[in-house]
Design a protein around this ligand. Structure first.
Ligand SMILES: Nc1nc2c(ncn2[C@@H]2O[C@H](COP(=O)(O)OP(=O)(O)OP(=O)(O)O)[C@@H](O)[C@H]2O)c(=O)[nH]1
Ligand SMILES: [Mg+2]
Length: 434
């Protein structure tokens, strides 16, 4: 079965908590702080690979969670970093968050971090300073990014098989590849795309067999445009035409016009035409059908006559296809190199969404009904999440940060007093130490 969409829950690892600890040594009366930092939570990384063909597995295992970071420990021992979770997906997978594309995995081996692990919390050793010799505080590790993602797969086959229903597309795929698609003598046997790998001389071709197209397919008729998007990114179109059809020229034109209506660029894609099912036909009839096609098929487009069932002419078609696929790949690689030199590409792509600017912004709001001052903002909420409210020194540090960011002054200007309750995220505490 072929699955081309899936919903997954992506959860990056939580950072480990920092430790509170003091050195105990012989001859040292009162040791300094030696609580280590927590480790970073693992990232969730998507990786495109030729080893995967479908998104089907994600329907059964939608939870994708990276490892949490380890907690810090005494003797300045830092917690271990959580392992990243590498999620292998087929080439051509698109990852969406809230309808927005956050990753487009188009190349073999390409990796994208889609969810960042939380930072580990600092241990108390970090907070030692000349005025604070014995800090009894440590940070909590931060939670990792977590969200529901939609995965979509656009096939990235080398070749797309197109043509009317019953033209013999699935039969062709079954003869040249390891795929075993359903084949039958009626229209719309194939309901979802099939993929197969064909060996040609010393190379391979990834072939996509899609449901048959009919007039109006580009507007959703028949099985419709839903599957045309699968051939959008193929390098070459292999157009199969039933040699028994009454009007091969009209068949050809109908399919071409649907492609063009769906997407102009699809109509310009390299194409190879093959008249098929010829094994039992009179050579004169074959010649007539080929002539009729020649009148409508553009000059540079080759026309083959084949029989998938009798394995006649099939290898010639595959070789011609392969040649064009290679030309397409060479051109695409050159274009990509151009792109890379245009933009600074540091290898691993990370989604940032202008985080830095968003970070610094904050807002305050007086909730009179509940007698609360609510503070919002990414950076301050992040610090609050990392604060251990059981440790008064930790809360004081949060108060310090609020002062540095100007939040304290704003609250006082608005009328907050020292014993006013402040809420940041899910935490509440008095504005000043009581
Ligand atoms: N004689 C002959 N029959 C063929 C050949 N190739 C396919 N057929 C027959 O044509 C019919 C349709 O074949 P399919 O491969 O299912 O056609 P399709 O294009 O995949 O059809 P849809 O999935 O409905 O779009 C079947 O009965 C096949 O046995 C061929 O080379 N010679
Ligand atoms: Mg079929």
């Amino acid at each position: 079965m072929f699955a081309d969409t899936a919903k997954v829950i992506v959860t990056a690892g939580k950072g480990g908590d920092g430790a509170v600890s003091f050195r105990r040594e012989i001859y040292v009366d009162k040791g300094g702080p030696d609580g280590g930092n927590g480790g970073k939570g693992g990232d969730v990384v998507f990786m495109a690979t030729t080893g995967e063909n479908t998104l089907l597995d994600f329907r059964y295992q939608p939870n994708l969670k990276a490892q949490d970071g380890g907690a810090g420990a005494k003797r300045d021992k830092h917690g271990r970093n959580g392992d990243d979770l590498i999620v292998k997906v087929p080439i051509g997978t698109i990852v969406k968050r809230g309808g927005e594309i956050i990753a487009d995995l188009a190349r073999d081996g390409q990796q994208v971090v889609v969810a960042k692990g939380g930072d580990g919390g600092f241990g108390n050793a970090h907070f030692k300073s000349s005025i604070r010799q014995t800090p009894r505080m440590a940070e909590l590790g931060e939670v990792g990014d977590a969200f529901e993602a939609d995965l979509e797969l656009k096939l990235l086959a080398d070749v797309g098989l197109i043509g009317f229903p019953n033209a013999g597309k699935s039969t062709f795929l079954s003869v040249v590849s390891n795929a075993r698609p359903e084949i039958a003598d009626y229209a719309f046997t194939t309901l979802t795309p099939n993929l197969g790998v064909a060996k040609v001389d010393d190379g391979t071709l990834l072939i996509a067999d899609i449901p048959g197209l009919i007039e109006g397919a580009s507007e959703g008729k028949g099985l419709g445009d839903d599957f045309l998007r699968h051939v959008e990114r193929t390098a070459v179109l292999l157009h199969l035409i039933d040699a028994y059809s009454n009007d091969v020229a009209a068949s050809y034109n109908t399919i071409r016009s649907e492609l063009k209506k769906y997407n102009e660029s699809l109509a310009e894609r390299a194409e190879i035409v093959a008249l098929t099912k010829i094994e039992g036909l009179d050579p004169d009839i074959i010649a007539l059908q080929k002539d009729a096609l020649r009148k409508v098929v553009p000059e540079g487009t080759p026309i083959f006559t084949i029989s998938a069932v009798a394995h006649q002419g099939v290898l010639d078609v595959l070789r011609a296809v392969r040649e064009r696929v290679q030309a397409y790949r060479t051109a695409a690689a050159a274009a990509e190199q151009q792109d890379d030199s245009d933009s600074e590409d540091s290898g691993l792509e990370t989604i940032t969404l202008g985080r830095e600017q968003l970070n610094e912004k904050w807002d305050t709001f007086h909730d009179k009904e509940n007698n609360l001052w609510v503070v919002t903002g990414q950076k301050i909420e992040k610090f609050a999440r990392r604060t251990n409210f059981d440790q008064f020194e930790s809360v004081n540090r949060l108060r310090d940060i609020m002062k540095k960011m100007g939040i304290y002054h704003q609250l006082v200007r608005e009328g907050a007093a020292g014993d006013s309750t402040i809420r940041i995220g899910n935490s509440e505490f008095p504005l000043l130490e009581q």
